[in-house]
Ligand binder design. Structure first.
Ligand code: ATP
Ligand code: MG
Length: 339
């Protein structure tokens, strides 16, 4: 069992990242260790340069993201925690896989369409080829399980397509080079939506801070954001069918369910008939209860830059070593001569 996943050190990590991805990093870290496997979690700093960015901010965000992940329960003693920039094999393998990935495949990626919007010509080449780097990230370590939110499912399917085509084109039938990675998407909370628009996913890159709950928000900010969250005037229904056509209400119920370990149906059985004037404070309290200990650990960890850098350096050394066999095999399969 090889667990591999990444998160971009851009902006502040939010509730969607936590429930959609980070909670599963922690769960799979435990499962991988119990099964004698390994868990790799990386900060996708090479992905972060695909969009306009401030270099000093990227450095600061990288350290803050390490502190956040550790505060959430990612344990550097049991998970190989590192940043891509210290493991050149990610960029190398991306180039090698660029020969296999097809333009048409990348053109179909919805994240590319969403992020590029109407201005495709003005985007960086990196934003377009981003999913090939993502494929390299997981294929380099022969990942079996990739914990991600729903929005990354398409990219993971692309990674499988690239792996499959490479295996077909360059390997003997009985000796495929790449393992086909499986997405590990949480059944609930796979897609947490914006607090301002129930049809858009909660994102670090949303310009409105009110659209998301950041993992480092204090209690007052959390309560304020929940109270201001967009809703409709109807009370909550008692059954799930009543949430159809009510994207904002469905999102808040889904968040409550994910945080309390219940199903949406159970939450509605308890809160059906309640108006948002009563449900929002209950949700706010649940959020504060979950996030306060994370926030406290984050504040403690974030001041010690040396310790954070040491975690990354150690993780990167382990990752560099683990990536060697695959990278060597890819060069060889492609017929590239190395001294
Ligand atoms: P950006 O807007 O910069 O792309 P992001 O919020 O999408 O940021 P990423 O770093 O791209 O965050 O993604 C990290 C992980 O969090 C991925 O596994 C992704 O699927 C998951 N994730 C992101 N947003 C959500 C969401 N709203 N609900 C559930 N999971 C999410
Ligand atoms: Mg994203």
């Amino acid at each position: 069992m090889r667990v591999v996943s990444g998160i971009q050190p851009t902006g502040k990590p939010h509730l969607g990242n936590y429930l959609g991805a980070i909670v599963n990093y922690v769960k799979l870290q435990d499962e991988a260790n119990a099964a004698g496997g390994e868990c790799f979690i990386f900060l996708a700093d090479l992905h972060a340069i695909s969009q306009p960015h401030d270099p000093a901010e990227l450095t600061r965000n990288t350290r803050e993201m390490v502190a956040t992940l550790v505060a959430c329960g990612v344990d550097p003693a049991r998970t190989i925690l590192f940043n891509q920039a210290q493991v050149p094999a990610h960029a190398e393998l991306q180039w090698l896989l660029n020969g296999t990935a097809r333009m048409g495949w990348l053109n179909r990626m919805t994240q590319w369409k969403d992020k590029a919007g109407k201005n495709r010509e003005g985007q960086s080449v990196a934003l377009f080829t981003y999913p090939v780097l993502q494929a390299a990230d997981v294929l380099l370590y022969q990942a079996t399980h990739v914990p991600v939110g729903e929005d990354q499912k398409q990219h993971l399917e692309l990674a499988r397509d690239i792996a499959q085509k490479f295996n077909n084109d360059f390997c003997a039938e009985d000796a495929p080079l790449f393992t086909l990675p499986e997405p590990y998407i949480p059944p609930a909370a796979a897609r947490i939506m914006s607090l301002r628009d129930g049809t858009a996913k909660m994102s670090k890159s949303d310009p409105s801070d009110m659209s998301r709950i950041s993992l480092t928000d204090d209690a007052d900010t959390i309560m304020k954001k929940v109270k201001k969250a967009k809703t409709d005037p109807e009370p909550l229904p008692s059954e799930e069918e009543g949430l159809e056509e009510r994207a904002e209400a469905r999102n808040l119920v889904g968040i409550y369910a994910a945080l309390s370990g219940k199903t949406s149906a159970q939450v509605l059985a308890e809160h059906g008939g309640q108006g948002f004037g009563a449900f929002k404070p209950a949700l706010g309290e649940l959020l504060v209860e979950t996030l306060a200990p994370i926030n406290a650990r984050f504040v403690e960890l974030k001041g010690d830059e040396e310790a954070l850098d040491a975690i990354l350096a150690r993780g990167a050394a382990q990752a560099r070593e683990r990536g060697i066999p695959t990278l060597d095999a890819v060069y060889k399969a492609l017929g590239l001569v190395r001294g």
